[in-house]
Design a protein around this ligand. Structure first.
Ligand SMILES: Nc1ncnc2c1ncn2[C@@H]1O[C@H](COP(=O)(O)OP(=O)(O)O)[C@@H](O)[C@H]1O
Ligand SMILES: [Mg+2]
Length: 327
């Protein structure tokens, strides 16, 4: 596709072998255009983190086995790069932020040193250039004017500040692609909003493409240009924000939407999707969603539906797309 910076095609990733084989990612196609925010949404266990760590080159093999697929970043085929070449792209070209900053930040290093080290390593800056840039970065992520942050250790900062520092480290080398894996999930609602606003601001200022991962469709509403919904290691629906929020077609997307708290529905019991995503070792045959699907018919347990175009840019994988939906 024109203008895409990331293009994942037919990615399949499994763990283990034989009886114990878990096919966690089962043929994913996903792309991120330059400067866009594409959200990948689905309940816990659906394969979001396995997919994103694979793009980052951080998937441990073994236990993971990449069975097929290509991941193109700009003109590079990431899966055919050497470990050393992947390391060089990490941080500089493709950066990632995680749910838990504590796991990512070095507890024994001051925040300022962690940022300047990235800048020296990837951009070859000298100490004073790096320090100047680190101060700009802190300003950019909303920690400007607080010189104490530079000389603080991570444990001396609040949760929201740590999240901002991690985002600062991620973007300090001006990556073209940022992968944000549930960056707001551990935060309270107020902080969550602040971090979402920060991510939107950074996209605007730095023009990077963002793959934004969340288990919560409500979280991605304001920030997404496009949304892909993932279930049991497959993309089941993909479209623009308006397609997904205003004209959802896959039963899973519709149910995810129906379970979002909505001011207009206040007082009404929220719909919840019964059951949960099965383990990757036990995905049901056919359409993996069929045991939880209100529209499922006999054929749904027999064959796996492929993505079908609904209109330009909007597609879904379901045998019952033409069936009437009543909530
Ligand atoms: N190291 C591993 N060994 C075996 N199975 C794994 C491993 N990592 C992830 N999985 C399985 O892959 C599936 C997808 O996991 P994950 O990508 O973490 O989901 P999500 O991020 O969407 O919550 C799950 O069924 C999970 O149990
Ligand atoms: Mg995850």
């Amino acid at each position: 596709m024109n203008g895409s910076i990331l293009e994942i095609k037919d990615l399949k990733i499994s763990f283990g072998t034989g009886e114990k084989k878990a096919s966690a990612v089962r043929g994913i196609d996903l792309d991120v255009m330059k400067g866009e925010i594409h959200s990948l949404v689905g309940e816990s266990g659906s394969g979001k983190t396995v997919t994103s760590t694979c793009v980052m080159g951080l998937l441990p093999e073994p236990p993971a086995i990449i069975e097929s697929g290509t991941i193109k970043y700009k003109d590079l085929e990431l899966l055919s790069l050497t470990a050393e070449e992947r390391r060089k792209t990490r941080g500089k070209e493709i950066a990632m932020v995680f749910q838990e900053p504590s796991k990512y930040l070095n507890p024994a290093m001051k925040v300022g040193e962690q940022i300047t080290e990235m800048l020296r390593l990837h951009l070859g800056m000298n100490h004073s250039e790096a320090l100047k840039r680190a101060i700009e970065i802190l300003d950019l992520v909303g920690l400007g004017g607080n010189t104490r942050v530079l000389s603080s250790y991570p444990h001396e900062l609040s949760g929201g500040m740590k999240q901002r520092v991690m985002i600062g480290i991620a973007i300090c080398c001006n990556p073209s692609l940022l992968i944000a894996d549930e960056p707001t999930t551990a935060l309270d609602v107020t902080l969550q909003l602040q971090i979402l606003k920060l991510i939107m601001k950074l996209r605007r200022k730095l023009g990077m493409g963002i793959l934004f991962i969340s288990h919560d469709l409500a979280v991605v509403h304001d920030i997404s240009d496009r949304v892909s919904v993932i279930y049991a290691g497959r993309i089941v629906e993909s479209g623009s924000r308006a397609d997904i929020f205003e004209s959802p077609r896959h039963p899973y997307t519709r149910l995810l939407l129906a379970s979002i708290p909505d001011a207009a529905k206040r007082g009404r019991k929220l719909a919840a999707i019964s059951g949960r995503v099965p383990d990757a070792e036990h995905f049901p045959p056919g359409c993996a969603f069929h045991p939880r699907c209100p529209l499922a018919e006999d054929g749904c347990s027999q064959a796996q539906p492929e993505m079908e175009k609904i209109r330009e840019g909007h597609s879904a994988a379901c045998f019952c797309l033409s069936k009437e939906w009543t909530e």
